[in-house]
Design a protein around this ligand. Structure first.
Ligand code: 6PG
Length: 240
């Protein structure tokens, strides 16, 4: 079971500040302890401001490896690309120190099963074949339907335990394209998970996410099984 903490922010700026501070410290600690920090980034609307703040931090940027929690089945140039959004917010596209250290999921692939396998191989190569894929810090969001990462309700993807990366089919009824996502065991292994959510619409789903019940109905309940430190960074409207 994880060590859980909740930070309630008074406004968007404070929420972003809390997240950037915790990301920055986790990165600095990992670089000091192991010479490298591995970060997994979620998309969605909430973390952008935190990433923009973090971009101005005085970090050992050449020691940070960037990965994605999930990606939509779109090209990297799309404005729905999680890669594109995070790169722009963090300034990774302009930072020479990050060259070769930005590892995107290839959402544009015509074979997402192969793309998931490729990302899995990349993770194994980066973390070491015999070692757990344990990110130093990971950001997660919570969808209004209870998803986290791209583990959506009713799709059983949250139960996949023999893969590091899962290929999630499109959901035309929700107008959602197919996705690639880190699997539940990888989410649970992270040293620090920052769950970012704001707005009154998230309140009831956050209560569900923190309550016992079916994982497939509310996949964000998987965060209850996280092994590392979990910090819920919420605004007052979202806070259960
Ligand atoms: C994505 C995400 C997804 C997101 C949640 C919350 O690609 O959409 O990674 O899991 O984190 O949907 O999104 P908001 O931050 O917009 O509420």
């Amino acid at each position: 079971m994880s060590a859980n903490e909740t930070l309630i922010a008074e406004n968007d700026a404070e929420l972003a500040h809390f997240a950037a501070e915790l990301m920055g410290r986790a990165i600095a600690d990992a670089v000091r302890e192991r010479g490298v920090a591995r970060v997994a980034l979620s998309g969605g609307t909430t973390p952008g401001e935190a990433y923009r703040l973090l971009a101005a931090y005085n970090l050992s940027w050449d020691r940070v490896e960037w990965f994605w929690v999930d990606e939509r089945a779109v090209p990297p140039s799309s404005d729905r690309s999680n890669y594109r959004a995070a790169c722009a917010d963090l300034g990774l596209d302009r930072a020479p120190l990050s060259a070769g250290k930005v590892h995107r999921m290839t959402g544009e692939s015509t074979d997402l099963e192969a793309a998931a396998r490729d990302y899995e191989r990349l993770l194994r190569a980066s973390f070491g074949v015999a070692l757990a894929v344990r990110f130093d810090v990971m950001t997660l969001g919570i969808g209004d339907d209870g998803h986290t990462a791209s583990l959506f309700p009713g799709m059983s993807s949250v139960h996949v335990t023999d893969r590091l990366v899962v290929n999630v089919p499109a959901q035309p009824q929700k107008n959602l394209e197919a996705r690639l996502t880190l699997s539940a065991p990888v989410l649970c292994e992270a040293g620090l998970v920052l769950v970012l959510a704001k707005g009154a619409k998230k309140r009831s789903v956050l209560i569900e996410a923190q309550s016992p019940g079916s994982l497939d109905a509310v996949p964000s309940r998987i965060i209850q099984q996280a092994k590392g430190r979990v910090v819920w960074i919420l605004d007052r409207a979202a806070a259960p």
